[in-house]
Design a protein around this ligand. Structure first.
Ligand code: DQA
Length: 144
């Protein structure tokens, strides 16, 4: 089985650190990436860490993870979580298990964040733990 875990990040997550710090904290995406690299190394895995602001790019990357035979995908689709049937379909279309990740807990926030199209097809969800959500999701990926 491949050791590669794709860690895919959606829109506005490039602004972590300065973006609504009361909700998302002060940790930057580069710092989360470094934490994920340390964790994957400790688990004997390899991280392919990416961010895009474009929905179709996330779809393409899910297909790419499948074609590459990745062990798992961690997906923080950000706002597309709550809107994207294309992401739901892509997750259903691929064989790689997708673990949904969120820094905040969308269920404690506005009602429009309570629906998760990603969660409808994801194998597992980790949310509300800040950057630690990624770390717990990697621990889950290691056990797959
Ligand atoms: C988020 C939660 C989403 O509701 C929001 O649109 C984001 C970030 C999170 O990580 O907490 O952009 O996915």
């Amino acid at each position: 089985m491949s050791t590669t875990v794709f860690i895919l990040n959606g829109p506005n997550l490039n602004l972590l650190g300065q973006r609504e710090p009361d909700i998302y904290g002060r940790t930057t995406l580069a710092e989360i990436e470094a934490q994920c690299r340390d964790k994957t190394q400790a688990l004997g895995l390899t991280a392919d860490f990416r961010q895009t602001n474009h929905e179709g790019t996330l779809v393409d990357w899910l297909h790419e993870a499948d074609a590459a035979g990745a062990r798992a995908v961690l997906l923080n689709a950000a706002a597309y979580t709550h809107t994207s049937i294309a992401l739901l379909d892509a997750i259903k279309a691929i064989g790689v298990p997708v673990i949904e990740v969120h820094l905040s807990d969308p269920h404690t926030r506005e009602e429009f964040r309570h629906i998760s199209y990603v969660g409808m097809a994801a194998a597992h969800t980790v949310q509300g733990l800040g950057p630690q959500s990624y770390i717990q999701a990697l621990e889950h990926a290691a056990q797959l």
